[in-house]
Ligand binder design. Sequence first.
Ligand code: HEM
Length: 525
Amino acid sequence: MDFTYLLLFTFFTIGFVNFCKWLKDRKRIWDAIEPIGGEKWYPLIGTCLELIKTKRKDFYDVYCARNMKYGPFFRTWMGFIPAVHVMKPDHVERILSSTVNLTKGDNYRFVVPWLGEGLITGSNHKKWRVHRKLITPTFHFSILDNMMEVMAEKGQFLAEQLVPKANGQFFNIYPFLTLCELDIICETAMGVEVNAMKHSQSEYVRSVYGISDIMLYRMFHPYLHPDFVFNLSSKGRQHKKYLSILHGFTRKVIQERKEKLTSGRDVVQELSEEDKLLGKKKRLAFLDLLLEANKNSEGGLTDEDIREEVDTFMFAGHDTSTVTVGWTLFTLSNYPEYQEKVHQELDEIFQGEERPITPQDVLKMQYLDKVIKETQRLIPVVPVIARTLDQDLEIGGRTIPAGVMVVIHLARLHKDPDQFPEPDRFDPERFLPENVSKRHPYSFVPFSAGPRNCLGRGLANEQNASQPCHLGQKFALRNTKVLLASILRKYKVRAEKKIDEMKYNIEIVLRPQGGLSVALEPRRR
Ligand code: HEM
């Protein structure tokens, strides 16, 4: 009995001491960030009253209005989580260029069960550095050209699938784009053809969508945030099933590719030979390159590390690319004069020939490049990113203490009137080199910037990037241009909604609410 009391007393004392420490820490943070100001604070919910009351369909509007009202620098408390919000280029530079504050925001944790310590979610800095160093050189020109073949092939198939829809009637093009991107990313990341465009009901494809839906549902339903509640819920059980399918699939593919490698043969060489026999050119996937790089590195990646990185590519690549293509089609359908210029550029490149798109063609798509960037500025694919400070950081003349989340609003940054006069006006000329050079280098960072920038980034002009842009980052550029060119070579696009009528769903990417309704008409050349 005495022992039980002693045990209870010890637990209580430890708990109490920890609680006091935590309270002291919150007080320290409170004193530092409270003077910055922002929304009214309430016990338990912090400053979230407005967002809690908001319906999901209105969330993005309320979010934008809040940034307008309290921006460009304010603090919030998401319950007990302190955050400072930034949207001015100088402030954004402070955080993104930091080489010590590399930890992602707390809100990334819902993706961790799928991606583990992969590059996007990885919070172990040492491990992240090793992986990033190993992965970065896996992309080189010939590999990108190789991957571009997959993109061109799938883009052509997509354009053909749209033939029955090209009758001037409005339809939702979004599912077509999504399935096409999934096909591209599965083949380029893992070397596997899932044929999502042909059989959208494959188990893997269904699981990718299923798990994405559940992650978002969880994000917007705080009672599902604690793991033990989520795991007991029906969503949690379904999530577990999807995870087992997704991880099982990736592990199986890795095993098969690895077996070739451990049999002492050179997988890169051999796969190329195999493809040559099949009459294709080299078809190497990110996974093959990773296995090869790992073979030659000391203390390299475990099988599970590789699985996490391949899943990360799947996750990072497919949604972002789908949305970029979708939004660019949308802006072009709202501005027929710019669409006409893109058509002219494509006609000059292809001269009416039906041939597949090549890497040289993509380099010539200079006007399309500017249109994509201006679209990304106006409708950001990833509207917000976040870091949790590992060390105190000075922003805007104030010291923000370690432990605070810094939320970077790319959506608002890209509409800074000091950098982009008349920010709501669509004008691709903003991305003429002479205009770009006049702006702050952190005024337009759709792929983030600094040490944790996007590995698939590539919308920076291939010849003249304002930020260093290594070869791996050109993946997204080529992918986006190839799909857009595949559609726009054949069709004129008209959108049902005007830009100012569009409602957005803010998720990890910014999606069109209710899909993207467009009408296609075949082009007469
Ligand atoms: C238009 C398409 C894309 C956009 C707008 C985009 C945007 C971004 C942004 C904003 C980040 C930073 C996230 C953060 O700080 O939390 C990021 C990270 C990342 N992206 Fe992308 N991305 C795109 C396409 C891709 C593609 C196609 C791939 C892979 C093939 C990719 C792979 C990655 C990876 C691995 C990271 C994590 C980098 C790190 O933390 O070291 N992305 N992306």
